[in-house]
Design a protein around this ligand. Structure first.
Ligand code: F6R
Length: 251
């Protein structure tokens, strides 16, 4: 894994956007895997800015989101559908039919998850996957467990994740308990992965991701088996990595 350390959230956003911009320039119909949550917000703002400057053309880009809460309709303010349109899609020239976000209301969940995997495969797989990381080491909503699931699946969220995400809801009770998420193999099959982490709260898990064994207790530790992962952190999230671990791109 390559490590890149920047000063703050904006530095991470610019670095991530540089890589995404460059990727889309080389492959205009790139298949991007996208994340939600607080971490990618600055990156999405930076992508919108570059789109407005005419630097990025999203007209052929295809996207697949990592996850969606189960039980929330697309127009729910806290759904990841709503998040993606508010924070990225409605500001850029992406075609609606090229956007894929797991459905939070599919009645036949198993069939739906299979279909999501088939659609990713039909698009040729994910070229560039953007990831955040949960404080418990989850990626997507692949929560620490004795066994991890390979494909897109229905998942019960951990108490830690429910507590962490309650900041977006009026109360803890309102946080959905279930979600649909890409699986470990879906994520690991991406050709290139960018994992972003910022803030003191992520310092401990970032250290563990690099230093622990590869364990289902820290799903993000599996990224060490992937041949093209770049971890972009700010100084706070990377604080335990400072000693001799800064990558070539660190500044
Ligand atoms: C979001 C996702 C999650 C988040 C993670 C970090 O689509 O899949 O894994 O990336 O929970 O969330 P933030 O960025 O809010 O700390």
């Amino acid at each position: 894994m390559e490590l890149w350390m920047g000063n703050d959230s904006q530095a991470i956003a610019e670095q991530a956007a540089d890589r995404i911009e460059e990727f889309i320039r080389r492959k205009p119909d790139a298949v991007l895997g996208l994340a939600t949550g607080s971490t990618p917000l600055a990156t999405y703002r930076e992508l919108i800015r570059r789109y407005r400057l005419g630097r990025i053309d999203f007209s052929q880009v295809r996207t697949f989101n990592l996850d969606e809460y189960y039980g929330l309709s697309p127009d729910h303010p806290q759904s990841y559908h709503n998040y993606m349109y508010e924070h990225l899609f409605r500001h850029i020239n992406i075609e609606k039919q090229n956007i894929h976000i797991p459905s939070g209301t599919a009645p036949d969940v198993e069939a739906y998850c299979r279909e999501y995997e088939e659609t990713i495969a039909a698009c040729g797989g994910i070229d560039l996957q953007l990831l955040g990381i949960g404080v418990n080491g989850h990626i997507g909503f692949n929560e620490p467990a004795e066994e991890l699931e390979p494909g897109t699946h229905f998942v019960k969220l951990s108490d830690e994740t429910i507590a962490a995400n309650s900041r977006f809801f009026a109360s803890l009770e309102e946080v959905p308990r279930y979600a649909i998420t890409m699986g470990m193999s879906t994520i690991m099959s991406a050709r290139k992965i960018l994992l972003l982490a910022e803030g003191e709260g992520k310092a401990q898990i970032i250290r563990q991701m690099f230093d622990s064994g590869i364990t289902t207790g820290i799903p993000a530790s599996f990224l060490r088996l992937h041949h093209d992962v770049t971890v972009l952190v700010d100084r706070q999230a990377g604080r335990y990595l400072m000693n001799g671990r800064e990558g070539a791109g660190a500044r």
